[in-house]
Design a protein around this ligand. Structure first.
Ligand code: SAH
Length: 350
């Protein structure tokens, strides 16, 4: 029997055999609102017990870490076959709650500065494994649900398109999260971006650019050899034209590597015609990449150069570095069985 959120309607009907027809919809809805069978008090007790016995979670917590500030939680999950992934929950003073979910165990994109890329690819996640991360994180919040989902955890979402998109449809229809609160982040898989442009749901798109010339991007983001910048920019243009949503570029500032004034000029030349918003974040330390993040003054100078070139740019606060939960630090395969993260670097904060 598949895990709960991978059940087909026929599986659920089987579990609910002998029950009135409306039960399947009722149970499905309750599950997606984060209710455990025991909490479904609108069901007869015998049915609750049957559901509790038959429904299997896909994710077993192997470790949970909370940042020193208390506003970032990271789960390391064990999947049924022993694969491991991580999920990060971030709460904001406004009350907004964002969950960062994984779409693959590991990642095949091999970006040199990213801990997940350094560890390599293990397998695709199923739709249910993706959806369950959102539900489980939501259950850990006071309101019992999250407001925002960003597909920025382990893996390349557009390299697992079918299950990703099915999860998005589910989060929209059954969990009730609107498209504007769902963000797909990609390393720049051109066919995937073009396919997103054809979808009915206008989710947000973030592209992890990090370099605005092919020579540097080939080094930092190897998939650029297959999908070079011009092709990525073309696909972004198609997406923007069809979706009327704000495009973002992610840019991890690496000391002396992509934080020069020439980098800002090249980035501005790409971002401005697309009206893209640039998210700047100083590179987070990872075990396999020795160059550090740009110091705070350099980050501000880079932002100022972009703003002078009339590009919208925001410096992102670096969260969860103390629990290796920050961008690029998710690396479940490299964790020890005790759940201890790999070596920690200095906490960079804006
Ligand atoms: N594969 C997708 C989804 C991962 S999102 C993508 O590349 O967009 C994770 C984000 O963190 C990406 O923008 C990635 O480039 C960025 N990142 C990776 N390593 C990082 C690091 N060490 N410091 C800061 N950001 C990093």
């Amino acid at each position: 029997m598949p895990a709960t959120f991978d059940l087909a309607p026929a599986d659920l009907a089987g579990i609910l055999a002998g029950e009135p027809g409306y039960r399947a919809r009722q149970v499905w809805r309750a599950l997606h609102l984060g209710r455990a069978p025991e909490e479904m008090t609108d069901l007869p007790r015998r049915l609750r017990e049957r559901l509790a016995a038959e429904l299997q979670p896909a994710l077993t917590p192997a470790a949970t870490s909370v940042s020193a500030e208390g506003d970032t939680t990271k789960w390391l999950w064990s999947l049924a076959d022993g694969a491991r992934v991580e999920t990060v929950l971030m709460t904001y003073p406004s009350g907004r709650v964002t969950v960062c979910v994984s779409t693959q165990a590991g990642c095949a994109m091999a970006c040199s500065f990213c801990a997940t890329g350094q560890a390599g690819f293990e397998r695709q996640l199923t739709t249910g494994e993706i959806v369950e991360q959102v539900i489980r994180a939501g259950r850990a919040t006071p309101a019992g649900r999250v407001n925002n989902v960003v597909f920025m955890g382990m893996g390349e979402p557009l390299a697992n398109y079918g299950p990703l998109w099915a999860a998005i449809e589910r989060l929209h229809a059954d969990v009730g999260i609107s498209a504007r609160h769902l963000t797909v982040s990609t390393v720049g898989i051109v066919p995937g971006i073009r396919r997103l442009a054809t979808e009915r749901l206008p989710v947000n798109l973030a592209v992890s650019l990090h370099a605005a010339n092919d020579e540097l991007r080939n080094q930092l983001v190897p998939i650029n050899r297959r999908y070079p910048l011009a092709a990525v920019v073309d696909a972004c243009r198609v997406w923007t034209a069809s979706k009327n949503r704000r495009l973002s570029f992610e840019w991890a500032l690496i000391d002396g590597v992509n934080d020069r004034s020439s980098d800002a000029a090249e980035l501005a030349a790409i971002a401005r015609p697309l009206a893209a918003h640039v998210n700047l974040i100083p590179l987070n330390p990872t075990p396999g990449y020795l160059t550090r993040g740009t110091p705070p003054a350099g980050v501000r100078a880079f932002r100022d150069r972009l703003v002078e070139a009339r590009v919208n740019a925001t410096i992102r606060r670096n969260r969860g570095t103390d629990i290796a939960a920050a961008c690029g630090q998710l690396a479940a395969a490299m964790l020890t069985p005790s759940g201890q993260p790999p070596s920690r670097g200095p906490v960079l904060s804006q």
